[in-house]
Design a protein around this ligand. Structure first.
Ligand code: PA5
Length: 407
């Protein structure tokens, strides 16, 4: 297991963590039991569906050969994992540009994307488990006529559209059946924010040039590792105890700028899974050292309502040596590591509880491990908090109100 999580700087006594381990173990057993709803993601990287993987790879190859741009329409769990991976990981030269739409309702961003579609040979991939999400439907309806114009007819456009949705239900499934779009399934027992290791995340990643088998191997090795549970479970226990001790915010401090979108994915994962029944630390993210020059002041001397989790990539892809000046001969990464050490010392002086999550390097294999580690941490914490990690009843409220206004 390559991901290392450390909780020794959180100030929680080892005995307190030890006392919670049976409860965390019970949560893990429930996750693996196969009897809990929406836990399909737990075994997905281990019990792979080879036929489906072959189909994903085949579709990805066709897209890469024939198109310049893949536009993925999706929101929440239906785009964020792929976006995080694409931002973080190195990609093969054969990969093509992947752009996301339908993840906001910004007219200006729509326009930019429509312009790109006009200029480039484009494939459209619509992802929605429910098939009914307003943002996704809106984007799809806006882009469809443009695709028809571009490819000459609705029938020709349909050959350039892929739908990733529930196998049986929803408007998108019905439409895919009617118009003959290529389709891939979102498994019924996996919710959006846990779906990166399904076609939802894998197809856009493969099209961008990421090795999805390496990614799945990482997730599988994390799932099968005998050490991982201790790492994820202890981190989950600490997160649970922190909230009990009055820390209402968790700051994910991203010490590598390529993790910036992973921070967005983490906010969704932890926020949507844990923020219910008046419980759950509010997840937020900062980019270090960038944000030390803005939020650093608040972290050091503002209200101490948070715990901090440093997300550290141990080795960058390349080494850059500083050619002159007072730090001549050192590498940029040595300065980065000194920054992390400096922040740790300064924040400990301010009594900020610090956890660390280390990734050896940013490649598909380690990223797969990291994703699985974080999903497991999140599910265990939610279960320790006594809430369901796999529903999101609160999200419905704004949708209801939005529909009322539109009606
Ligand atoms: O995690 C979740 O379930 C949500 O964030 C969904 O992914 C998001 O609301 C999009 O839903 P859908 O895929 O049904 O369009």
């Amino acid at each position: 297991m390559n991901i290392i999580s450390k909780v020794d700087k959180t100030g929680i006594p080892a005995a307190e963590i030890e006392a919670m381990r049976p409860a965390a173990g019970e949560a893990l057993d429930r996750l693996w039991s196969g009897n809990e709803p929406m836990t399909g993601w737990v075994k997905a990287p281990v019990n792979r569906n080879q036929e489906e993987l072959d189909k994903i790879q085949e579709i990805a190859e066709i897209i890469k050969d024939g198109a310049e741009l893949l536009v993925v329409i999706g929101i929440g769990g239906s785009y964020m994992g792929a976006k995080a991976a694409i931002e973080a990981l190195p990609k093969a030269a054969s990969g093509i540009e992947v752009r996301f739409l339908g993840n906001n309702l910004c007219t200006d961003y729509y326009w930019e994307t429509l312009e790109e579609i006009r200029k480039k040979r484009t494939i459209l991939c619509v992802i929605s488990k429910s098939g009914n999400t307003m943002e996704v439907r809106t984007a799809f309806e806006v882009v469809k006529p443009l695709m028809a114009e571009k490819y000459g007819s609705e029938e020709e456009a349909a050959k350039h559209i892929i739908a990733i949705t529930d196998e049986e239900t929803g408007t998108l499934r019905a439409e895919a059946n009617e118009f003959g779009y290529a389709t891939l399934p979102v498994p019924g027992d996996i919710g959006g924010r846990y779906s990166i290791a399904t076609p939802v995340g894998l197809l856009p990643m493969a099209v961008s040039g990421i090795d999805i088998i390496e990614f799945l191997d990482g997730a599988r090795d994390c799932a099968e590792s005998t050490e991982w549970d201790a790492g994820a479970a202890d981190y989950a226990i600490v997160r649970h105890l922190m909230e009990k001790k009055g820390k209402v915010v968790e700051v994910f401090a991203l010490c590598n700028s390529r993790l910036q979108y992973l921070g967005e994915w983490m906010k969704q994962l932890f926020g949507e899974s844990e923020g219910k029944e008046g419980k759950g630390m509010m997840p937020t993210s900062l980019l270090y050292s960038t944000d030390l020059h803005s939020m650093g002041q608040y972290m050091q001397e503002g209200q101490q309502i948070f715990m901090e989790t440093l997300m550290i990539v141990d080795e960058p892809a390349v080494t850059i040596e500083i050619p002159g000046g007072p730090q001549k001969g050192k590498t940029v990464e040595e300065i980065n590591k000194a920054m992390i050490g400096g922040v740790t010392n300064a924040h400990r002086q301010a009594d900020i509880p610090i956890a660390e999550v280390h990734v050896p390097k940013l490649d598909a294999y380690n990223f797969g491990q990291l994703i699985y580690f974080l999903e497991t941490t999140c599910a265990i914490t939610a279960m320790l908090n006594g809430v369901n990690p796999f529903d999101q009843p609160g999200v419905e409220a704004y949708k209801r109100e939005m529909h009322n206004l539109l009606d």
